[in-house]
Ligand binder design. Sequence first.
Ligand code: ADP
Length: 191
Amino acid sequence: MSGPLKLVLLGRQGAGKGTQAVRLAERYGALHISTGDMLRAAVAEGTEMGRKAGEIMDRGDLVPDEVMIGIVDERLAKPDAVEHGFLLDGFPRTVAQAQALDALLAPARLDAVVNIDVPLDEVRDRMRSRGRADDTDEAIERRLALYEEQTSPLIDHYEAEGLLVVVDGLGSMDEVFDRLVVAIDAARERS
Ligand code: ADP
C-alpha cells in the first residue's frame, strides 16, 4: 500500500466527476485539485492569467497546455500536496498534459487513473436537465466533442501504462462512490 493518494479522475462532463472528487478527497484525506476551480478563481481575482483564461473558457475552448502544466506543477509542489496526496479533477485533458504530469511525478507514479464511464446519450440527458446557463445545446455538444477529441485519447495512454481503472458511472451517487472506493483501494494494493 502506497503513501499519500496520487490519483487522476477522468470522465465526460456530466459524469459526476466533480461531486465524486470532493467526496473521494475527503475519504482519502487528500487534496481535491480542480483545474476548472483554479481557473475560475483566477478569473474572479482578475489576474492577467485569469483574464486570458476567462475568454478561452467562455468560448468553450481549452487553455493552452503550457499554462495548465505550469499551474499544476506549482500546485503539486506545495507541501500540502506532497504530504496529503492529491486527486486531480480536470487535468490532464490532453496527451501533452498527461506526458508532462508523468514527467513531473517521476520517479514516482500515479496510483491509478479512474475513468467514470457514462455513455454519451446519458450525459447529454443529464446536462440538459440540470439546465445551467452555459449548458445550451450548442455548448454541450462543443464540450462533449472536445472531450472525445482531446481527452478520450488519454484513456489509451493510461491503459498502456497499466494505470487505467474504469468504473461504471450509472446509478446513484452513493452507488458510484462505493464502486470508486473499491476500485481505488484495489489499485492502491497493486501499486
Ligand atoms: P467542465 O464544466 O467542462 O467539467 P471544468 O470546470 O473542469 O469543466 O473546466 C472549465 C473550463 O476550464 C474548461 O472548459 C476549459 O476551458 C478550462 N480548463 C480546465 N482544466 C483545463 C485543462 N486541464 N486544460 C485546458 N483547459 C482547462
